[in-house]
Design a protein around this ligand. Structure first.
Ligand SMILES: Nc1nc2c(c(=O)[nH]1)N[C@H]1C(S)=C(S)[C@@H](COP(=O)(O)OP(=O)(O)OC[C@H]3O[C@@H](n4cnc5c(N)ncnc54)[C@H](O)[C@@H]3O)O[C@H]1N2
Ligand code: MOO
Length: 392
């Protein structure tokens, strides 16, 4: 059995980022850019007013000026100012030829067709956005490796970009094993439990912006499970098997994975929950055998699956790990790293009740996993421990 650290290292070593794809900009949110982007235009493409007011020649600021026309945003026709002339202008509109400065409408005196500037602080070129002041044609607009945040998407749209080369989000197959599973909403017969892992995993994946999620089910027999895994491998970058990974007579994941030509990288990690975790590879496809208990599934998801999924999309940032002070003492046997469902606040972490791996009530209100070292048995109040913040 390997340690948590070894398991994390092996996953990292065996995960390559996916081949970049071209996406339309409105589908690219939260992706990582795979190529530099250069601007095709000077933006703005014309000298633009940033205020509602009057366009003038700065040298005319003391004179009474004659209004000769109007420039509204979107106008396709320009006018030319001569000495002693001004034009009405609105925010976003192009400046008339010959104008160099915009006076806010609050800062003029107007009679019918004349204006007089009343702005002591007026300076040359004020309230004018210069051509190319956001970015110049040919200039680097965005570096590859940038995360396409809402603002990044808006910036690219604003310079006329419609498509981007990005690392795709992985396609995921979730495979459910277990004859005891019943769909929520249907009556529970004797011995049945409501299936919840596909719900928690889908929710966690959707939070990461992953939409391509297929959910498959397999009865507890080797033949069916092998076929279902083969089918999942046809479409997916990552296969998340649930349950059937332990040592029971009906646990077929290891044998079925082997029958599908999946290379086992590891099986079993010195941790609680999630000790029987399996990780394998077929080509660049990743296969996780998540121990079926609902809390083990999620604990393994945050510790192992999520970092791998981020690597596939070339995202560097793993989960945030920080130090926190324990608010309670805790005892555990040596030999396994424990991940406790906890509440973190102001530098302190509190282990919650209901830590058993079949229960999700504590996970449902947890905001962190408290990591307790493999070999340590006694943890004191106020002791510093590592915690993993659950993405919110
Ligand atoms: N003799 C041993 N028995 C077990 C060991 C061991 O080392 N020796 N390890 C235990 C640990 S730890 C875990 S974790 C479980 C993992 O078992 P499996 O991965 O084989 O999972 P199953 O037995 O199929 O299911 C476990 C548990 O989870 C429930 N389950 C499964 N899938 C779902 C689902 N989609 N939604 C909700 N609940 C689900 C299932 O009904 C079981 O109660 O093995 C221990 N045994
Ligand atoms: O590790 Mo299992 O996940 O303890 O129940």
């Amino acid at each position: 059995m390997i340690t948590v650290e070894e398991a994390k290292k092996l996953i990292k070593e065996n995960t390559l980022s996916l081949t970049p794809v071209i996406l339309s900009l409105n589908k690219a949110s939260e992706h990582i850019l795979a190529a530099d982007i250069y601007s095709n235009f000077d933006i703005p493409t014309f000298r633009q007013s940033s205020m509602d007011g009057y366009a003038i020649k700065f040298e005319d600021k003391e004179a009474e000026l004659i209004l000769i026309g109007e420039m509204a945003a979107g106008t396709q026709q320009s006018i030319t100012l001569k000495k002693g002339q001004a034009s009405r202008i609105f925010t976003g509109a192009p400046l008339p030829e010959g104008a160099d400065t915009v006076v806010m409408q609050e800062k003029i005196n107007r009679t019918r067709n004349n204006i007089k500037v009343q702005d002591e602080r007026l300076s040359f070129g004020i309230n004018v956005r210069a051509k190319g002041s956001e970015i110049k044609s040919g200039e680097l607009a965005m570096n590859k490796g940038t995360l396409l945040s809402p603002a990044a998407i808006g910036f690219l749209a604003g310079i006329g970009i419609t498509e981007v080369e990005v690392y795709p989000m992985p396609k995921i197959s979730i495979i459910l094993t277990g004859n005891e599973l019943q769909k929520p909403g249907l009556p529970l017969n004797f011995g049945q439990v409501y299936e919840s892992n596909s719900y928690s995993l889908s929710a966690a994946l959707q939070k990461e912006g992953i939409a391509d999620i297929e959910i498959l089910t397999a009865e507890d027999n080797l033949q069916t499970l092998t076929k279902v895994i083969e089918s999942a491998l046809k479409n997916s970058d990552v296969v998340l098997l649930n349950g059937g990974v332990s040592v029971g007579d009906y646990d077929f994941v290891i044998k079925a994975a082997n029958a599908c030509g999946i290379e086992q990288i590891f099986h079993k990690v010195k941790q609680k929950p999630g000790k029987p975790l399996f990780f394998g590879k077929k080509g660049n496809q990743l296969i996780f055998g998540l121990p079926g208990n609902p809390s083990s599934v999620l604990s393994c998801f945050y510790n192992y699956v999520l970092p791998a999924i981020k690597m596939l999309s070339n995202k560097e940032h793993n989960l945030i790990e920080i130090n926190a002070e324990l608010t309670h003492s805790y005892k555990k046997p040596a030999g396994l790293t424990h991940f406790l469902k906890g509440q973190y606040s102001n530098g302190k972490a509190t282990p919650l009740n209901a830590q058993e791996s079949y229960r999700l009530s504590s996970f449902a209100v947890a905001n962190c996993l408290i990591c307790l070292n493999q070999e340590q048995e006694d943890f004191e109040i106020g002791e510093n421990v590592n915690i993993l913040l659950i993405p919110n």
